[in-house]
Structure formats: C-alpha cells, structure tokens
Design a protein around this ligand. Structure first.
Ligand SMILES: C[S@@+](CC[C@H](N)C(=O)[O-])C[C@H]1O[C@@H](n2cnc3c(N)ncnc32)[C@H](O)[C@@H]1O
Length: 185
C-alpha cells in the first residue's frame, strides 16, 4: 500500500499506522472523520482486513465547510469552503480497485450526524476535519464511543495554518483526564 497523501505527511502517516496497528487488540471499530480522497482510509482498511473490525469513514463529499472566526489565519488562506471536494463514488471505487473491503461511507456534515451514525464502540479514530467546528463536532461524536485503551488522533493540532483545531481540542480537554489516549499530530 502506498502512503502517498497530499494532506498528511509521510512521518504523520507512519505514526497513524503504528497507532492503528496497536489498536488491533482494542475492542471496537475504526473511524475516520474527514476522509477526503481516502488515502489514509485505504491504509487503515488494509490494516484491519481479516480481523473482524469495520472501518467507518465520514465526509461531506462537498469539500470543506465555511470557516468560522476561530479558523482565521494568514497562513491558512488556501483552506476555503468548497476546497477538497471529491465524490463518495470516487472514494468507493478506490477501495474496489484496491481489492479492499468497502468501508461504511457516510456522506454528511458532521454537525448533522448523531451518535447513532457512529459504531457502538471505537478502538481507533482519526479526526481530520481541518476547522474548529469540524473538530469540535467530531470529538462530540467520537469521544463518548471510544474504548478504554483506544486511540483518538487529531490531525493539524500544531498546524499554524489551522488554528481552530487546537482551539477545539483545548476547549474539550480543559486539562481533564480522558479514558483513552489522545494523540495530537
Ligand atoms: C484534510 S481533508 C482529510 C484528509 C484525509 N483524512 C486523509 O488522510 O487523506 C479534510 C476533509 O474533511 C472534510 N470535512 C471538513 N469539515 C467537515 C464537516 N464539518 N463535515 C463533513 N466533512 C468535513 C472535507 O470535506 C475534507 O474532505
């Protein structure tokens, strides 16, 4: 499987895959909030094939939403509403072409999802929605379903072009202990 991805660096991908491997022994399914073209999703699907776990991936498939004030940054000028648009069909086709099991693919704005749209239990989650509200809403859906010993990764926490990510995570954590591991990339 190739790690080629224009959204996640090779180093970050390696770390994501190490953590995904580690979670194979944790009960629950795998989730990606903001799958875009499915580059990371394909790698995750490969890791969990034949272990009885399912991959659930979520995206608007309409590109990024509009930014909120919390996302404003001179460095992030290229992250705009409507950017990063792919269709659900294109993503599904990539799994079929790669001979991998097609994940549960949900097309929705994260703010329109409810807990019922997520698996009952989550072993591993990769949150990659770029913006404040997207990360805030993803955490709201994923955190209550995380297994103890599971891993929730939030991408772009340290990315100065996407300051809303850090704000959403920090507001949620507020120095609280969490039952599961939180990895900030
Ligand atoms: C950086 S890309 C994801 C890259 C992908 N995780 C990967 O590893 O290749 C961000 C994706 O999140 C989706 N997204 C961002 N905010 C969203 C929201 N509030 N609801 C639904 N999708 C959202 C965008 O449509 C986009 O496809």
């Amino acid at each position: 499987m190739s790690w080629k991805n224009d959204q996640v660096s090779e180093k970050e991908t390696k770390r994501i895959l190490e953590l995904a491997q580690k979670c194979l022994s944790v009960s629950g399914d795998y989730v990606e909030m903001g799958c875009y073209k499915g580059d990371t999703s394909l790698l995750l699907a490969d890791i969990i094939r034949n272990v009885g776990k399912k991959l659930w991936i979520y995206d608007s498939f309409e590109g990024l939403p509009e930014k909120s004030e919390a996302d404003e940054s001179v460095l992030g000028i290229n992250f705009k509403g409507g950017e990063l648009l792919v269709t659900k069909r294109e993503v599904k086709q990539r799994f079929l072409k790669a001979g991998l099991p097609v994940p549960v693919i949900k097309k929705a704005w994260f703010s329109d999802l409810t807990l019922e749209d997520l698996p009952g239990q989550i072993a591993f989650a990769f949150l990659d929605g770029d913006f404040y509200e997207s990360i805030r809403d993803s955490i709201k859906l994923v955190a209550p379903k995380m297994s103890e010993d599971g891993v929730m990764i939030v991408h772009d926490y340290t990315n100065p072009a996407l300051p809303g990510v850090k704000k959403a995570v920090d507001e949620w954590r507020q120095g609280k202990y969490s039952r599961f591991e939180v990895v900030l990339l």
